[in-house]
Design a protein around this ligand. Structure first.
Ligand SMILES: Nc1nc2c(ncn2[C@@H]2O[C@H](COP(=O)(O)OP(=O)(O)OP(=O)(O)O)[C@@H](O)[C@H]2O)c(=O)[nH]1
Ligand SMILES: [Mg+2]
Length: 429
């Protein structure tokens, strides 16, 4: 499909709101809210409420009429990767956040609670944020968008992410959908193209990519006339987002002249691979999915040729093979008079956690074992130091008054005894 942002002939399925938590969560929410379409009366179709402890990070986002920022006062310096601080900050300001969220998201069809797992603020406040929305009438219209950290972000970040992921996984059946963004996957794809780029360029790219991917899914389900098969419409999209479990989205584009419908190898392997690879994360057991929906869009000239019964049947058979347990498997074909190619969008819902979580668990265990190795070893310098005993000083002569340090050593010794348990060296006493 031609650039969705430049077209004025498209419609939207759902009005999204984004509750951004912490720096990563706010960045994705902000990027989504600043998507600008050519749609009359809906130039900025999405709304963001940005919550962060860190004042400086929050200041980076420019003012927009559809973006509201809320700094958690008392925590200006950030949560410093401490989940407990992030959670405390949210709880302390819960009433204000609640008031703003209820007001700001009143007309939204679906609210994404958005956070980068691994830090203190976003990770620490994510569960509280969901609780708050559930208690305020958003139960059937909110989901989770979370990023998983990269391998090299260090063990604190990975452990923070796994800590909250454990809790999210336990509650998964009671939540709406969870959209996971695998930062390592996006990073690997990005670095292949731009090996000289900086981390901040990558993050910027990733946020635009995430925002556009979700926006496209939202546009495809509302903009075109179905010409064959089932119409996967806005209410179906909402039902999909309400489905508990993880959700995976994918997109595949063909130059329409590259497909020979009588030769499946010209399209089926790519189609299957695109679902397995996913746009934002991969490594799912697709066989467990409870819903899978395919929307195909082509220019009318190509559509007549491509969307034959046998072509649609081969797509249906493929998703049947991938997700035999899915209770709903709509395949819809649309004509887009302004399209230039064939685009195929797939959403798979009701999934378990992706394989990336196993990798992060392995990474965390590896780091713990390394730490045990290093810190478990007898520190030879420390044992040499403990083995050293100072010889008794020579008897001081009574005339110490001309010792320039006599007074200060007296002060130091009194101070030590007064300091009691805050003395870092009390272990030596
Ligand atoms: N895709 C994406 N991921 C991000 C971005 N910024 C941070 N992340 C991810 O989110 C994780 C958490 O980082 P932050 O969001 O900065 O942390 P925070 O919630 O602000 O927490 P504290 O700074 O500790 O208070 C990181 O480990 C990254 O993996 C971003 O702009 N885009
Ligand atoms: Mg931060």
């Amino acid at each position: 499909m031609r650039n969705v942002l430049m077209r004025n002939d498209l419609s939207l399925s759902l009005k999204f709101g984004f509750l951004g938590l912490g720096m990563g969560g706010c960045s994705i929410a902000y990027e989504s809210a600043t998507i600008r379409t050519q749609i009359t009366n809906n130039h900025n179709p999405y709304t963001a409420l940005l919550i962060n402890t860190n004042e400086i990070d929050l200041r980076k986002f420019k003012e927009h009429s559809n973006v509201r920022k809320l700094q958690l006062t008392g925590f200006e310096k950030g949560a410093g990767r401490d989940i407990a601080i992030g959670e405390a900050a949210f709880k302390q300001h819960r009433e204000t956040i609640q008031r703003e969220a209820v007001e700001y998201f009143a007309d939204r069809d679906f609210v994404w609670v958005t956070g980068g797992l691994g830090g203190g603020t976003g990770t620490g406040s994510i569960l509280e944020a969901i609780r708050m929305l559930y208690a305020n009438g958003f139960k059937d219209r909110c989901g989770l968008m979370i990023t998983l950290p990269r391998d090299n972000e260090g063990s604190t970040v990975i452990e923070n992410a796994l800590d909250r992921l454990q809790m999210i996984a336990k509650a998964m059946n009671n939540l709406g959908c969870i959209l996971v963004v695998d930062n390592q996957k996006l990073y690997n794809d990005f670095i292949k193209e731009q090996s000289q780029a900086s981390i901040s360029e990558y993050l910027d790219y990733s946020n635009k990519y995430i925002a556009t991917a979700l926006h496209e899914i939202n546009v495809v389900t509302a903009s075109f006339n179905p010409i064959a098969g089932y119409h996967f419409d806005s209410s179906e999209l909402l039902n999909t987002f309400r489905t508990p479990g993880l959700i995976s989205i994918s997109k595949l584009e063909f130059a329409s002249n590259s497909i020979d419908t009588a030769n499946q190898s010209t399209f089926l392997p790519d189609f299957k691979r695109s679902i397995e690879r996913g746009t934002l994360s991969d490594g799912y057991n697709l066989a467990k999915s409870s819903r899978i929906a395919v929307s195909m869009v082509a220019h009318p000239n190509a559509a007549k040729r491509i969307f034959s019964m046998s072509f649609i049947n081969s797509i249906e058979t493929t998703i049947e093979g991938l997700s035999p347990m899915a209770k709903e498997k709509p395949v819809a074909a649309y004509e887009d008079p302004n399209g230039v190619d064939l685009s195929i969008y797939t959403i798979v819902a009701g999934l378990g956690l992706p394989n990336r979580v196993n990798q992060l668990v392995d990474k965390a265990k590896e780091a713990q074992e390394k730490a045990d190795d290093v810190f478990g070893q007898v520190d030879s310098t420390l044992s040499a130091l403990s083995g050293f005993t100072r010889k008794k000083p020579f008897e001081q002569s009574p005339s110490t008054s001309d010792d320039p340090f006599a007074a200060s050593s007296e002060v130091a010794s009194t101070k030590q005894s007064n300091d009691g348990d805050v003395d870092p060296f009390s272990i030596l006493k």
